[in-house]
Design a protein. Structure first.
Length: 206
């Protein structure tokens, strides 16, 4: 298993612990449907998926998953208010064109949102910029700047400030680093802005 795949699976295990059994879940950017399968199998959720790639949509449908083609920037508006218990967006917010609007939409269509994202203030990022003067490539952000899908990178501090501006409550947050199991954190603490390679948040409206 690659380091990136190991990190994704730790991300998914933490999400399993946040989603209550039998909930209605929308997985946005669901890829090949691995998280949807895990949630259905282990938590008995009623899962739906939204995925941009036609090839991945076909793979999900072949595996019996309820997935439609679409993207977070344009198609979340088609979902009614509070139509899900959880809206999940894993390692995708930094790749959308309108992250502020997408984050607000998540809490319109669902009671709670689960969001994970890489932390651009992690110490490895800072070290790469300081010593090499170049955009970092790390396990959490493995692609070079000219080929990455990421267009709105942020830090934990940036994200918590945006949540405050949108009136969102951070019910729980966890850090992921070096392929280790997720650990609970207080994301407002400055030390976590250095330590967390990526972070996972459970959000609701205040």
């Amino acid at each position: 298993m690659s380091p990136a795949e190991a990190a994704r699976r730790e991300d998914f295990r933490a999400i399993l612990g946040m989603v209550r059994p039998g909930a209605r879940v929308l997985d946005i950017g669901c890829g090949e449907g691995l998280l949807l399968e895990m949630l259905a199998r282990e938590n008995g959720v009623e899962g739906r998926g939204l995925e941009l790639s036609p090839a991945n949509v076909s793979l999900c449908l072949a595996r019996g998953l309820a997935v439609v083609q679409g993207d977070a920037d344009h198609d979340l508006a088609d979902f009614p208010n509070q139509s899900f218990d959880y809206a999940v967006l894993t390692q995708t917010l930094q790749a959308v064109h309108r992250p502020r609007e997408v984050l607000a939409e998540l809490l319109r269509i669902a009671e709670r949102a689960i969001v994970s994202l890489p932390n651009f203030a992690h110490w490895k990022m800072r070290w790469e910029l300081l010593t090499r003067g170049r955009m970092p490539t790390t396990r959490a952000l493995p692609r070079a700047w000219w080929e990455t899908d990421n267009i709105h990178l942020c830090t934990l501090r940036d994200f918590t400030i945006l949540c405050d501006e949108l009136g969102l409550k951070i019910e729980a947050s966890m850090a992921l680093a070096e392929g280790q199991a997720a650990r609970p954190i207080e994301p407002q603490r400055a030390i976590e802005n250095w330590r967390a390679e990526s972070a996972l948040f459970l959000l609701s409206r205040k």
